[in-house]
Write a protein that binds this ligand. Structure first.
Ligand code: FES
Ligand code: FES
Length: 165
């Protein structure tokens, strides 16, 4: 049996610190809500099947593939996208270090890569190299060879440690 139409549902969630309320189909992907409905095109679509990490966003403190998250699943959640991590017009330290260490080439993987690193640093202030590699294992980069990305994340964690001491 084919389902011809699904009823719209009302959802609300906090996106980059701002409350969002919208009506949407329950089977709409978070990725499409962000890009098409809300115009946040920093979140990229690569594989669409949870394998490349280009669509990574933070939901309730965890890095997730937004191509695999449905609208109903974000109701009541807190979502952070790449547009939400700069503060007062300044890039986030991860963004600064990605630029400084040459961790960005074509840039397609960069938002997702940075948000996976962001989620790691939320739970672990000073991760070791293995933990960094594990955190970005689901994010594919065709350009950089990963070395600069790992350096940029490592440096950000060290900068943050120094800031606190
Ligand atoms: S587009 Fe979501 S994991 Fe590739
Ligand atoms: S910089 Fe091009 S895919 Fe990572």
């Amino acid at each position: 049996m084919k389902i011809k139409s699904l009823k719209e549902i009302q959802i609300s969630f906090v996106l980059n610190g701002e409350k969002i309320e919208l009506k949407t189909k329950p089977n709409k992907r978070l990725l499409d809500i962000l890009r098409d409905d809300l115009g946040l095109t920093g979140t990229k679509e690569g594989c669409s099947i949870g394998e490349c990490g280009a669509c990574t966003v933070i939901v309730n403190g965890k890095a997730v593939n937004s191509c695999l998250v449905l609208a109903g699943e974000v109701d009541g959640a807190e979502v952070i996208t790449i547009e939400g991590i700069a503060r007062n017009g300044n890039l986030h330290p991860l963004q600064e270090n990605f630029l400084k260490y040459g961790a960005v080439q074509c840039g397609f993987c960069t938002p997702g890569m940075i948000l996976s690193a962001y989620a790691l640093l939320l739970k672990k202030k000073n991760p070791n190299e293995e933990e960094i590699k594990e955190a970005i294992a689901g994010n594919l980069c065709r350009c950089t060879g990963y070395k600069q990305i790992i350096e940029a994340i490592k440096q950000t964690s060290m900068d943050k440690v120094e800031e606190r001491s």
